[in-house]
Design a protein around this ligand. Structure first.
Ligand code: PEP
Ligand code: MG
Length: 588
């Protein structure tokens, strides 16, 4: 490590989730399996071979079980990925060489396998060919599995998170973040990612400070180092001094007072000073989060990301299990609207039953994702649509399709919905015949030609996280280009204006459910552009409500005019910040 013990050192990243935490580091990057190393005598060698064979057998069973499960739920094509893993297990060269190594060196089988396996990985990894690099990754995965069976160590690292730690990791995929034991975690710092990565969304829903885009921070720090995470400014401080702790202690209590004040007002109506109502809704990832949304004053659920029901489970949820989850949310929210988004798997959201992507793609965010995936997995899509329909009698449930790229795709989705309705009618199962279905507008083609979608949509919800990444061609997970991710870019403003105009012409409602909806600096602009419903992580609701209650619609319209005629995104942001500061000055 660079700094001497005790020396304070500051690192700058991107502020991703507000809050301050001061605790020791749990470094995910270092949490590899521990490989025991010991000598074995000649008469112990047959036992080592036996242990190896048993572990191989166990590993084969585990991989086969995952393969069967994926085949049953998603089909043969996706299941074939695991054939490559089974082939690694059958590779006599790897097995025989490991046994030979153990016999030659007199070291235990774990050590021998690790040595031989890594020789293979290095050899394949050096070949400039995608195919061989993938083989190296296959060997690495299988090796980890065999070694975990040999040593009895769990592969799932996050379950063993120690109490009161700040998680530091190179990256955090949704299946990782879904398995975090929330009660043990104080904050999250990750090297990769922009403000809209799913790890951040999860951090926000857990009300934890998070800083992302930290470059190589995880390599410059050790397990159990003491750090302070400032999720307001995006700063991480290693070994904070007494002076720093004092300043942050004061800041933390000031912020806590403000948050307390806002939560006290959370149940008030969300109306501007001149009487214009703005619906504020919650984004949730599981049925239990609906309670929290109500607590923070949500007028409904604007986005239920249902893919989280499918991550980190041994078995994919059945129609009945989904029905129970959707019904629970509908009942919790009483008669308030609940927008259930159909599965948005793919991109960075991979099935964790497999703990790997469904299909390796060069550009997963432009690939086999969301409705593209569902339309080809009919039984999965139908089970979800049926579950949502069945739950629709328990509240004001609405359906929303993610990643719609054009009218043809939308019609196909609605066709599935109609046929599920027909099926339920025949079976005599009740559902809301008037159920509304809407489109997420998050692909530029859908945004620019939004007028072609109004006829078949009951509402639009703009997914700015994806829309901005596609419009500016800036990967939402790549910290190297995170500075280009600019919600106030004139192209973003113009496209939002286009979508809102199309919705108005078609007389349908339009809301925003991307992260900008929860950014109090952006909110007046969005309202001024004509948005009257915003959906965000529940913890952000009180702050946004405060801004709504302290502005006038006419001021918001002036800001929108300014943004539409301004050519420079940073000037737009400057003006928005100035307005925000003027409205919140009395808090500080
Ligand atoms: C979005 O893209 O803005 C959105 C809300 O969906 P997700 O973040 O789940 O892709
Ligand atoms: Mg999206």
């Amino acid at each position: 490590m660079e700094s001497k013990q005790g020396e304070e050192k500051r690192f700058k990243g991107i502020a991703a989730s507000p809050g301050i935490a001061h605790a020791r580091v749990f470094l995910l990057a270092q949490k590899e399996l521990t490989i025991p190393k010991f000598k074995v005598s000649s008469d112990q060698k047959p036992r080592e071979v036996r242990r190896f064979e048993e572990a191989l057998l166990e590993t084969r069973k585990q991989i086969q079980a995952i393969r069967d499960e994926i085949k049953e739920s998603l089909g043969e094509e996706e299941a074939r990925i695991f054939d490559a893993h089974l082939l690694v297990l059958e590779d006599r060269a790897l097995i025989d060489e490991s046994i030979h190594e153990m016999e030659e060196t007199g070291e235990n089988i774990e050590t021998a396998l690790w040595e031989v396996g890594h020789r293979y990985i290095a050899a394949f990894g050096q070949i400039e060919d995608e195919y061989f690099r993938e083989r190296a990754a296959d060997i690495r995965d299988v090796l980890r599995r065999i070694l975990s069976n040999l040593t009895g160590q769990k592969l799932d690292q996050l379950e063993s998170l120690p109490d009161g730690a700040i998680l530091v990791a190179r990256d955090l995929v949704p299946s990782d973040s879904a398995s975090i034991d929330k009660s043990n975690l104080r904050g999250i710092v990750i090297d990769a990612g922009g403000k809209t990565s799913h790890a951040v969304i999860v951090a926000r829903s857990m009300n934890l400070p998070a800083v992302v885009g930290m470059g190589d921070f995880s390599q410059r720090i050790n397990h159990n180092d003491i750090i302070l995470v400032d999720g307001y400014e995006g700063t991480v401080i290693l070994n904070p001094s007494e002076d720093t702790l004092f300043k942050y202690g004061k800041l933390k209590s000031e912020r806590r007072d403000i948050e307390k004040l806002m939560i006290e007002h959370a149940q008030e109506a969300s109306v501007t000073l001149d009487g214009h109502p703005v619906k504020l809704m919650g984004n949730i990832e599981g049925p239990d989060e609906a309670e929290k949304a109500l607590e923070f004053g949500a007028d409904g659920i604007g986005l239920f990301r249902t893919e989280y029901l499918f991550l980190n489970v041994r078995r994919l949820p059945t129609e009945d299990q989904q029905f129970q989850a959707y019904k629970q949310v509908a009942e919790t929210m009483d008669d308030k609207p609940v927008i259930i988004r159909t599965l948005d798997l793919g991109g960075d959201k991979v099935l964790s039953a497999a703990n790997m992507p469904l299909i390796k793609e060069a550009n997963p965010f432009l690939g086999y994702r969301a409705v593209r995936f569902c339309l080809e997995h009919e039984h999965l899509f139908r089970a979800q649509l049926r579950a949502v329909l069945r739950a629709s009698v328990y509240g004001d449930i609405r359906i929303m399709y993610p990643m719609i790229s054009g009218a043809g795709e939308l019609r196909k989705c609605n066709h599935f919905l109609d046929s599920c309705k027909e099926e339920l009618r025949k079976e005599g199962i009740a559902f809301n015949e008037e159920i509304k279905s809407g489109s997420m507008i998050e692909i530029p083609s859908a945004a620019i030609a939004a007028d072609t979608l109004v006829k078949d949509s009951d509402f639009f919800s703009v997914g700015t996280n994806d829309l901005i990444q596609y419009l500016i061609a800036v990967d939402r997970l790549n910290d190297r280009v995170a500075h280009l991710y600019e919600p106030t870019h004139p192209a973003v403003i113009r496209v939002l204006d286009t979508i809102i105009r199309a919705a108005k012409m078609g007389k349908i409602g339009v809301s925003i459910c991307g992260e900008v909806a929860g950014d109090p600096v952006m909110v007046p602009l969005l309202i001024g552009l004509g948005i009257n419903s915003l959906s965000m992580s529940p913890t952000l609701l009180p702050n946004v409500k405060y801004v709504v209650q302290n502005m006038e619609l006419s001021e918001a319209r002036d800001l929108a005019q300014m943004a539409i005629s301004e050519n420079d995104g940073s000037k737009i942001l400057e003006n928005l910040l100035e307005f925000y500061t003027s409205r919140t000055a009395k808090l500080y």
